[in-house]
Design a protein around this ligand. Structure first.
Ligand code: SF4
Length: 304
């Protein structure tokens, strides 16, 4: 990848943070920006307190399906067929278990672990089949999958995120593709997904000088796709929105004043026990985290 600020990453399915790596500058990721917008206290619990969250089977299935789709595009075009994709599932799940053994715990309480894992992998096969119903990967030659994109805005705000897939036409037109595998109803996740896609569009525009022609969301749970064409003026306004969010995060970080903002999305929050909106008390504010910690995404975020 020759473009400044953009690098291709052929990462394993899931990699724990490298403790020996130098701290990276705090950056805003789409997931964490969206957390703050949704509920400042949720942002605090995730980024500042770093409260543990229990991954769900749907999240881990998303990680596995994303890994399979990434690998599928590593195969010669003619081999990108459903059977090959299905055959990639088991090795991808094995790799997840090897990298994060605690995820196997998800099935530990099942009466018949093997049968439950088989059923769960069957549901992942269903998502892959839905993918093949939406497009034929033999006809595509993406520029990159699981692409780390990063840019610094003129204001100094650093943006960082992972794009599931980037298609670039011979004419230079860019399409950003994101696979949605989550179990949450589409109408709940749609605003968040568009926020995430505009984030990527802005980073790509700033690093490549081209506004992406299309943002394509592929909802594999219901086999539907949503295409969106961003405009330059809209991305300029979005840039100001992100700067305002980052400013608000830094202000809250200094004072510790991260307020709860209850909504339907609380149903998916792991931290109700600490949330004043549900009668809980947050832990004592530990102060703003070290530079390397302020807002990174996890592989589970990328597989929503
Ligand atoms: S339960 Fe709701 S209001 Fe409370 S921290 Fe979670 S998302 Fe925010």
């Amino acid at each position: 990848m020759g473009t400044a600020g953009v690098e291709s990453v052929g990462t394993p399915v899931s990699s724990p943070p490298d403790a020996s790596a130098p701290p990276r500058r705090p950056a805003l990721s789409p997931s964490r920006a969206s957390d703050f917008k949704q509920c400042p206290l949720l942002y605090r619990f995730r980024v500042v307190d770093r409260l543990p969250e229990k991954p769900t089977k749907a999240q881990v299935r998303g990680t596995v399906v994303h890994a399979v789709l990434e690998r599928l595009f590593g195969l010669p075009a003619a081999e990108r067929v459903p059977d090959r994709a299905h055959a990639l599932l088991e090795p991808a799940w094995r790799e997840v278990r090897e990298t994060r053994p605690e995820l196997a715990e998800l099935f530990a309480r099942a009466e018949d672990v093997e049968a439950e894992v088989a059923e769960w992998l069957g549901s992942a096969r269903g998502l892959l089949d839905a993918y093949f119903g939406l497009e034929d990967p033999r006809r595509l030659e993406p520029e990159a999958c699981e692409l780390l994109v990063e840019t610094e805005l003129d204001s100094g705000v650093l943006l960082r995120g992972y794009v599931d897939r980037l298609d670039v036409a011979p004419t230079g037109e860019i399409r950003v593709v994101d696979y949605k595998t989550g179990a949450a109803p589409r109408e709940i996740g749609e605003a968040k997904a568009l926020f995430q896609m505009k984030f990527y569009a802005l980073v790509l525009w700033r690093t490549r000088g081209v506004v992406p022609r299309q943002l394509l969301l592929m909802y594999l749970a219901d086999g539907q796709a949503l295409a969106y064409r961003p405009e330059e003026g809209e991305l300029r306004r979005f840039e100001r929105t992100l700067e305002a969010i980052w400013g608000a995060i830094l202000r809250a970080g200094r004072t510790g004043d991260f307020r709860p903002n209850p909504s339907r999305l609380c149903d998916w929050c792991d931290h109700k026990a600490f949330c004043p909106a549900f009668g809980g008390t947050p832990p004592e504010y530990p102060g703003w985290p070290d530079p390397g910690n302020a807002g990174t995404e996890t592989v589970l975020d990328r597989a929503d």
